[in-house]
Design a protein around this ligand. Sequence first.
Ligand code: GLN
Length: 478
Amino acid sequence: MMDVSLLTVDAVRKGLAERQFTASALVDAFYRKIAAEDKDIHAYLTLSEERARRQAQAIDDLAAKGDPLPPLAGVPVGIKDVMVTKGIRSTAGSKILENFIPPYDCTAVARLEAAGAIVLGKLNCDEFAMGSSNENSAYGPVRNPRDKSRVPGGSSGGSAAAVAAGMAVATLGSDTGGSIRQPAAFCGVVGLMPTYGRISRYGLIAFASSLDHIGPLTRTVKDAALLLGCIAGRDPLDSTSANVPVPDYARELQKPVQGLKLGVPKEYFAEGLDAEVRASVDSAIAGLKNQGCEIVSISLPHTAYAVPAYYVIATAEASANLARFDGVRYGYRSANPQTLSEMYRRSRDEAFGAEVKRRIMLGTYVLSSGYYDAYYLKAQKVRTLITRDFEEAFTRVDAIVTPTTPTPAFKLGEKTDDPLAMYLADIYTVTGDLAGIPGISVPCGNTKAGLPIGLQILGRHFDESTLLRVARAVEQQR
Ligand code: GLN
């Protein structure tokens, strides 16, 4: 059977239509690939073989009848383990959900399957999506397929690594402060964080509800467009999902970028930016200029306050969201507690990891009376200023281009003793989450040592189309 590692959505469609392979054969080939390669990478936590084979058979039956195939027919996908899947263990990378079998499906997953995609399994991630390197998973780290001594990024490290290693055609990740775009950049794949509200969060295990987004990681920009089109749109099960029409992104993508105004914010090219990353991003921007974009230098003056504001707001919301894990309703329960409160305390102590505990403590502190105004309220005000920076910029430009990350993928263990250094890996991505605007990371080059570099494109609310167009132009430059 063919090499599955470079397949795209279109290639799967073509292969099925021309009877080069069946969906069932494709699923077998992917599971063989995972068996051979995931021992070293550890992208998958759980395989959903029965469910995958059932879905593949359904697609093959449709094809045999000559019925028209749905848009993602037969496309093998993986799902970050923060999205619940009916009957399939969903851990959020935490020991506290080690044996949790959800009774329902996340909307985004249900929509992918309704569009014909085949769920191969659940992907490793930082515990409750807290991290930038995937080293906070209770099940062990993921390794970067491009250099196994390095991290894949986080928290959607398994989602990025699975696509980069050819162990899925596409995956879903989640982004609260950069967790789709940063691992996409580190692994050399495309990662799209849509506008807040564009994709339902129903069935996404909550980290920080006002910042959490689901989005696709793919090999090509077109595949990101195709997946987004299938999962976006209002969902009555999530009151924050927006009732905004969903365009035909794959068609929008074909429009030329000529005449677009692209802002380059000086704050994203300051101290701390790796020289090779800068050179590669600069040359991608020069290429966009050659394709007829107008490059405008801009300023987003409150950028420096984004990481601190993010770590106040995200931890505050996390401390509230994680209160539900008490050993009573689901998940881990400590053995033989003497009292109810001891059962709560020990269950949480034994099953939450160190980073999750750090955030619960920080979040509880910033919300406590006496500190609320000084920290939480102040951070919310800063969030508004950051949002206004973007609103002002988008009166002058159609999109903003920046590096996705200040450095390429770092070594495993390099930042685990220094949470602050780890938090700074998100310095260019947290702003987009705080403002609720969409962002995409597209590969734009490699370092001399062969590590991938990502270009980030940020856009107006609900204008994913422009981001995808610019990303496609960057992809075509390579
Ligand atoms: N690295 C950031 C954090 O640890 C972002 C995580 C995310 O986007 N889920 O919070």
